[in-house]
Design a protein around this ligand. Structure first.
Ligand SMILES: C[S@@+](CC[C@H](N)C(=O)[O-])C[C@H]1O[C@@H](n2cnc3c(N)ncnc32)[C@H](O)[C@@H]1O
Length: 257
């Protein structure tokens, strides 16, 4: 079965191609002396052109199959949120195989760090009311993918909302309004500086009754350090694990003192 929206429309590039470097930056010896001989600069430019792509914005389409549907994901090379990461595949597979047990039809779901949106798309196709969140730069492509794959074929049209971990949560997601059945996260733990904010955000979004499903490929010692802290905050169950690919899927229930 094909994706829901058959439009050939392509999303607008997230960023315009950056301006070419100024003359001073072209010296190959790393110095910043003012431009000298014109021919020397011309030669540098020509040699740079051999190696530097002129089009910095590039898109590819990837195809996935879940719940009997072909899902088309528009990817980009420019940010962590632009491609589907391996944790997303494991989480999607789990949602698909446990739809009844998780009672996903009509469930209220929030995904953090949704990237190009595969997990939110699959959750929507399975009947959930989904809000997909990420950094502002990622939202255009995310919105495009969600619409392309869910318009006219899901009970609830997924929403897209900015959510920067640890920033302005009370304004954008007032605690009194939170009632998510599930918070989903795939491959949100990697080598970045926001791990404490991420954990605080995960905890903030959970109410009594909220289940957090977090899938991640474990690569660095800091990933395991995060897991230790996660276990202090959430009652944690390992739901699935691939030894070969080091991907783990956890269920977390916030500890209430
Ligand atoms: C490795 S990607 C995973 C994307 C997607 N969940 C997947 O598995 O395919 C990490 C995601 O977290 C988002 N992210 C990184 N830092 C963030 C922050 N401080 N606040 C909100 N989202 C962030 C990135 O934009 C990106 O979409």
């Amino acid at each position: 079965m094909d994706a829901c929206l058959s439009s050939e429309q392509q999303p607008r590039p997230l960023d315009e191609a950056p301006s070419p470097p100024d003359d001073e930056a072209l010296h190959t010896d790393g110095t910043s002396r003012p431009p000298g001989d014109f021919n020397e600069i011309e030669a540098s430019l020509r040699s740079l052109q051999k190696f530097v792509p002129t089009n910095y914005t590039s898109y590819t389409q990837e195809y996935y199959q879940f719940v009997g549907k072909k899902i088309v994901i528009q990817e980009s090379i420019e940010s962590y949120g632009a491609v589907v990461w391996p944790g997303a595949m494991v989480l999607c597979q789990y949602l698909e195989e446990h739809t009844e047990e998780l009672n996903l039809r009509g469930a209220k779901i929030l995904e953090i760090g949704a990237g190009p949106g595969l997990v939110s798309i699959v959750a929507s196709i399975l009947g959930a009311q989904v809000t997909a969140t990420d950094l502002p730069d990622v939202l255009g492509n995310l919105q495009y993918n969600l619409l392309k794959n869910t318009l006219n074929c899901t009970t609830y049209l997924p929403e897209v909302k900015e959510l920067v971990w640890g920033e302005g949560l009370e304004q954008s997601f007032p605690k009194s309004m939170l009632s998510y059945d599930y918070v989903l996260a795939s491959d949100v733990v990697y080598h970045h500086y926001f791990l404490d904010k991420l954990l605080a955000t995960m905890a903030y979004l959970c109410q009594p009754g909220t289940v957090l499903l977090w899938a991640n490929k474990f690569r660095f010692s800091t990933d395991y350090e995060f897991l230790d802290k996660f276990k202090q905050v959430f009652d944690t169950t390992l739901l699935a694990e691939s030894q070969e690919s080091s991907i783990k899927l956890f269920k977390g229930i916030l500890k209430w003192d």
